[in-house]
Structures are given as structure tokens and as C-alpha cells.
Unconditional design. Structure first.
Ligand SMILES: Cc1cc2nc3c(=O)[nH]c(=O)nc-3n(C[C@H](O)[C@H](O)[C@H](O)COP(=O)(O)OP(=O)(O)OC[C@H]3O[C@@H](n4cnc5c(N)ncnc54)[C@H](O)[C@@H]3O)c2cc1C
Length: 508
């Protein structure tokens, strides 16, 4: 095996939204990145239509906020739950106002357009090499991490050029499988998938309107036990219906244009809209047990899949990328201990699992086909007692932060607008940050200050009013933030500040 072949810092297998976000983050960090994607272009069929404010904040972090906003609309209109008789039982309001992330809480978009934005973003980085039509066919992890002068320890990838059929080998220090639900990287790792209980076929039917049609601007959950269905105003002229496939359905017949148009006949006719695609997807609810094995890691659908009832599958993959990117950067550029990468799964998996479980519960409610159970559910909706909806708190599982009872550590720090009009992250860039009152920071121990320097943390000792307000509300002297904008810890005393600073990863 070519012991002198170039070794990339990170090889990313798969250029879906997860891989493309990770490649942008690592590219911006200056790492040498190899991206291998077996297909020639963006997956053409629309899948995700919703992302949340944290996702836009992550895209902002790689300089793609405006580009993403140009192809998305804020979720101003909300969601209506309508029963089989057409009666509106519950309205969940929407809003375009900026939320805690400095972004609206929800956006609607067309996944291929966002993927195109992410791919265009990669063109900025000479240090990111994208190889389309290159399929990873095998992996071999170095047996030992002992490196020699010519060769860093890493992974060898067997790659097939799908145009010529030619095979080659490539090397990287770490490999991240962003290779989707069937993930060959996961299969190589042997990580088992835990099934969280929902496996249901749905027909997804996308149209582009040819002319104005009187359709709601909001999302409608048609909780009709005879045929549960969701209608979405996507973005621009795009509209989507997701239609539950019932036990007696002939799947082949269902996707024929005549039966598709019949299903949506109450809302739209063929002369009013162009059918973009119709496909039956089986919604899954699974999470991998083991997102890391040595130098191999998994992200996105490769390690978790959720039914799309909360519109969170891609969002979860993009959050994975943000969590993993700064850790790879700390390990590869600042020699932080490789064990930092173990905190990736421990931090992310509990939140992903809670989201999938909620999506399964919501799915079970929407998918009710028993008329008696549906009537019971409808009564609860009318009484304002729907036992669903609140997303699990955005809090990390145990990991690289100072977990203390009652502390906001492990939660995202808000992104306020500063006095000069910038959003906080525009000031901080992609670095860790120590934000505190001048006296508290000046009193920090020299070893603590040195740790901030080694971790390349930005020190802000004259915080803007919204940051001071935050410290006041927490009765805190200082707060430390990670590059992914999660809170490392809050210091109420000088001793606290020395302690929480220990969580900033630096070379041992
Ligand atoms: C109907 C539907 C609606 C959805 N709605 C939403 C929503 O509203 N919001 C939301 O957040 N999510 C939603 N999702 C989920 C979202 O689409 C996925 O979670 C997301 O696409 C996963 O991205 P990924 O990059 O992890 O994987 P993928 O997009 O699957 O990308 C994986 C890539 O890896 C490549 N690859 C695979 N094997 C190899 C190999 N051996 N070598 C090289 N390349 C390889 C593939 O070609 C592919 O390009 C929805 C999904 C569906 C089906």
C-alpha cells in the first residue's frame, strides 16, 4: 500500500447535506478535506422541506446565511390540524420573528436547492477536494496508531471511479461516513441500528403550481382516519402532499398519475400544476449504536433516521456536522486529545433519540386510522390537550462541557444582535469565546489565560449590553462558549472560571 501517498486530514464519504455542511466547516477551518460522492450531481428528488433556526445559524457560521435565505422562506404561517369532517381542531402558530439563534425558528425550502448552495460554498476552499462519481468500496483502518516519519496514522479508502470503473486508494487521518441511510461506512464499522418503532410507507407527491391556486399558505395535517395526509406550502410555487399508504393499497397503482391526481382532487387539478415527482418512502425510526470506531465516524442519516413528521432528519445531520467539525479541528490542528471525538456520540445521541421518539409519537397520532381512536384524539385537540409538539430541549448529553446542576452548560448560547448591528457569531467567527466582566477575566489564573490562548479562544472583556444582560440573568461573572456556540460553562466565581476553562480542549 502506498505509504507515501498524500494523506488528507479528513475524508468525507457522501456529499448530501450532512457531508456538504461538514466539508464547508472543515474547509473553513483550513483542514485538508477529501470528499467522495458516488453520484454525479445533487440527488434530484425533493426530500426535506423544513429546517430550523439553529441550522441557519450553522450555515451562517460558514458564510452561507444569505445564500440559504435566498432559497428559503420563514415559517410564518404555522400548522392547522383538521379532522375528517374538515373541522379545524388546533392551530399551531408560526412566526418570522428572529428567535434565540438570531434566525427565525423555522424555514421552508427545497432540499436540492440547499444542497446546491452548500456545494457552491465548497468552491471557496482550495483545501477541499470534491471527487464526484467516486464510490468508496472499501476501508482499512491502520492497525496501530504508531506513525513514522513519512506516514501519519489513518485510514486507506478503496475508491472506484464510476465513470471509468477504475479503482484507486486514498488516505485520510479520519473518515466520516455521511453516506446516508444504507451507509457502507456504518456497515463496515458493524454498528447496529436500534429500531425505535415506526416503519410506515407514505406517498410523497410534489407539484409546482402553473397558476395561482387557492391553497392554504400554512401546513395542514389532515387527520382523517380514512386517509391521513399532510399538505405543505413549500417555497415559491412548490406544494407537497404526504399521503399515508394504507394496508389495502396497491402501491404500483397508487403512484400512477391518474390515482395521484384523484387523491389531491379536492385541492388541485392537473392543469393547474406540474407533477414534479411522486414516490413511496418507508419512514424509519432508527439510531446507530456506535457513531465512532477509531478513526471512522458517522454523521447524518448514516447514524440516525427519523420519520419526517417534525422535519428534523436533515437538521439533525447538520447539527452532527457542527458538533463534529470543531472537535476534528481541535484534534488535528491543535493536538487536542483524540478522546474528544468520543464526546460526539455521547453529546448528540440523546437529543437525536428524543427527537425520533417524539416524531414517532406525533406520527402515531397523525396516522390514526381507527375512527374511535381518531374521535378521542380530536376531542383532546379541541380541548387544547394535544400530548405532543414541544421539541425536546436542545441540550447535549454528557461531553465537553462543565455539567453542573442548574447550569445552562451544554445548551446553545443565544445569538443577539450587538450594538454595531452584527450578530454575535459574526463577531466570534468559528472560535471558542470567553465572555466576562473585566474584573473577573483580569483575575483569572495565568494557567487559565494560557489555556484560552492555546485553545485559540476569543476573549471579550467588554461585553455588549445583550451579553451583559445574559450574565446578569445568570448571576454570572463569565461564560465560555465552544465554536459550535454551545455553552462550556458559567462562572459565578474566579474559581469557577479556572474550572470551566479546563473544558477547553488543548494539547495535553
Ligand atoms: C419525504 C421526506 C421528507 C423529509 N423532510 C425533511 C424535513 O422537512 N426536514 C429535515 O430536516 N429532514 C427531512 N427529511 C430527511 C432528509 O432528507 C435527510 O435526513 C437528509 O437528506 C440526510 O442527509 P445526509 O447527507 O445524511 O444523507 P443523504 O442525503 O442520503 O446523502 C448521502 C450521500 O452519500 C452518497 N453515498 C452513499 N454511499 C456512498 C459511497 N459508497 N461512496 C460515495 N458516496 C456514497 C450518496 O450518493 C448520497 O449523496 C426528509 C426525508 C424524506 C424522505
Amino acid at each position: 500500500m502506498g505509504r507515501t501517498m498524500p494523506c488528507h486530514d479528513v475524508a468525507i464519504v457522501g456529499l448530501g447535506p450532512t457531508g456538504a455542511t461538514l466539508a464547508n466547516l472543515l474547509g473553513a477551518a483550513g483542514l485538508s478535506v477529501l470528499v467522495l460522492e458516488k453520484e454525479g450531481g445533487v440527488f434530484p428528488l425533493p426530500r426535506a422541506i423544513h429546517f430550523d433556526g439553529e441550522v441557519l445559524r450553522i450555515l451562517q457560521g460558514v458564510g452561507l446565511r444569505e445564500q440559504a435565505l435566498a432559497i428559503a422562506r420563514p415559517g410564518e404561517q404555522g400548522m392547522h390540524f383538521v379532522n375528517g369532517a374538515g373541522e379545524t381542531m388546533l392551530i399551531r402558530g408560526g412566526s418570522a420573528a428572529l428567535g434565540p439563534h438570531g434566525c427565525a425558528n423555522n424555514y421552508y425550502f427545497h432540499q436540492p436547492e440547499l444542497e446546491a448552495v452548500l456545494r457552491a460554498g465548497l468552491e471557496r476552499f482550495l483545501n477541499v477536494q470534491v471527487k464526484l462519481r467516486h464510490e468508496v468500496t472499501g476501508l482499512s483502518h491502520d492497525a496501530h496508531d504508531a506513525s513514522d516519519a513519512n506516514n501519519a496514522p489513518g485510514v486507506t479508502l478503496n475508491v472506484r471511479d464510476t465513470t471509468t470503473g477504475q479503482g484507486s486508494t486514498m488516505r485520510a487521518r479520519y473518515v466520516v461516513g455521511c453516506d446516508g441511510a444504507r451507509s457502507p461506512v456504518r456497515q463496515h464499522m458493524g454498528s447496529a441500528m436500534l429500531d425505535l418503532g415506526l416503519r410506515q410507507p407514505w406517498l410523497v407527491f410534489d407539484v409546482v403550481l402553473r397558476q395561482p391556486v387557492d391553497l392554504p399558505a400554512y401546513t395542514v395535517q389532515h387527520c382523517d382516519p380514512a386517509r391521513p395526509m399532510t399538505y405543505c406550502n413549500v417555497v415559491g410555487d412548490r406544494r407537497r402532499w404526504e399521503i399515508m399508504v394504507l394496508p389495502g393499497d396497491d402501491r404500483e397503482a397508487l403512484v400512477q398519475p391518474a390515482s395521484l391526481w384523484r387523491l389531491v382532487a379536492p385541492w388541485v387539478r392537473p392543469e393547474q400544476a406540474r407533477l414534479e415527482r411522486a414516490a413511496i418512502y418507508t419512514f424509519h425510526s432508527v439510531i446507530a449504536q456506535g457513531w465512532r470506531q477509531g478513526r471512522l465516524l458517522l454523521a447524518g442519516d448514516a447514524c440516525h433516521q427519523t420519520p419526517p413528521f417534525l422535519g428534523q432528519g436533515m437538521c439533525a445531520g447538520i447539527r452532527d456536522a457542527a458538533n463534529l467539525a470543531w472537535k476534528l479541528e481541535a484534534v488535528l490542528l491543535r493536538q487536542a486529545p483524540d478522546s474528544l471525538l468520543d464526546t460526539y456520540e455521547s453529546e448528540r445521541a440523546p437529543h437525536v433519540r428524543a427527537l425520533i421518539e417524539l416524531a414517532v409519537r406525533l406520527g402515531n397520532i397523525i396516522q390514526t386510522t381507527d375512527p374511535a381512536l381518531a374521535a378521542e384524539r380530536d376531542a383532546k385537540f379541541r380541548a387544547g390537550r394535544p400530548e405532543i409538539f414541544e421539541l425536546p430541549p436542545q441540550v447535549l448529553g454528557a461531553g465537553a462541557f462543565d455539567a453542573q446542576p442548574g447550569s445552562p452548560a451544554g445548551r446553545p448560547f443565544p445569538q443577539p444582535r450587538l450594538h454595531d448591528g452584527r450578530l454575535l457569531d459574526e463577531l466570534l467567527g468559528r472560535r471558542s469565546a470567553v465572555i466576562g466582566r473585566p474584573a473577573a477575566l483580569a483575575a483569572a489564573a495565568p494557567a487559565t489565560v494560557e489555556r484560552w490562548r492555546l485553545a485559540d479562544a476569543m476573549v471579550i472583556d467588554q461585553p455588549d449590553a445583550p451579553l451583559r444582560d445574559w450574565l446578569d440573568a445568570q448571576e454570572a461573572q463569565a461564560v465560555i462558549l465552544r465554536p459550535d456556540r454551545y455553552i462550556v460553562g458559567v462562572a459565578r466565581t474566579g474559581h469557577d472560571l479556572d474550572r470551566i476553562s479546563q473544558h477547553l480542549p488543548v494539547a495535553p
